[in-house]
Design a protein around this ligand. Structure first.
Ligand SMILES: Cc1cc2nc3c(=O)[nH]c(=O)nc-3n(C[C@H](O)[C@H](O)[C@H](O)COP(=O)(O)O)c2cc1C
Length: 167
């Protein structure tokens, strides 16, 4: 099995979590790649047995054009991520066509500033959009809007990656 992690990130924390999940999968012997939504074409995902989707939680759900603009104004434009061209797509846009192979397992994660219903969850919205509400899901806590991941969350992400490697 191979795994692909598709991640959107403004300030880098969700991307850092994605890298840890990839390390956890690799620890368990599953080759894993981290791609941006713009890179995650049908061709790039072909043959993947596991697709893990991640985004920062904005306004209790998935980032919107307006919330992304707000993050960018605060310095969170994550470099090339949305700099135009094929890489310049948000998770929300990507989900509209989501070229996930039919046989692939799906999981979703997000980053939040706290783990309560008040903070919401982009991951829940991702799974809802895909009609896969029972798929594995994780929220990883950041210390503030600009991150970084809170103490212990990188390790938690890596451990979750290893868990996902087991069907
Ligand atoms: C416009 C905006 C709205 C946000 N709304 C929420 C929210 O509703 N709940 C929450 O837990 N965090 C919220 N945050 C904080 C983000 O969760 C935090 O910026 C994100 O986890 C950092 O991930 P990133 O570095 O990958 O962008 C918000 C951040 C921004 C910029």
């Amino acid at each position: 099995m191979t795994a692909v992690i598709v991640v959107e990130s403004c300030f880098g924390s969700t991307r850092a979590a994605a890298q840890e999940i990839a390390r956890g999968l690799q620890d368990a012997g599953v080759p894993a790649r981290v791609l941006s939504p713009g890179q995650a074409t049908g061709e790039a995902l072909a043959g993947a047995g596991l697709v893990v989707l991640g985004a920062p939680t904005h306004n209790r759900g998935l980032p919107t054009t307006a919330s992304l603009a707000k993050a960018a104004a605060a310095g969170g434009d994550d470099g090339a991520e949305r700099a135009g061209g094929p890489a310049g797509r948000s998770m929300r846009e990507w989900l509209a066509t989501a070229p996930i192979p039919p046989q692939a397992r799906v999981a979703a994660f997000d980053t939040v500033t706290g783990r309560s219903w008040l903070h919401g969850s982009a991951a829940r919205q991702i799974l809802k959009a895909l009609g896969r509400r029972r798929a594995p899901m994780r929220s990883l806590v950041v210390t503030g809007t600009q991150g970084p991941l809170a103490h212990g969350e990188a390790q938690a992400a890596r451990a979750w990656g290893a868990e996902l490697a087991r069907p």
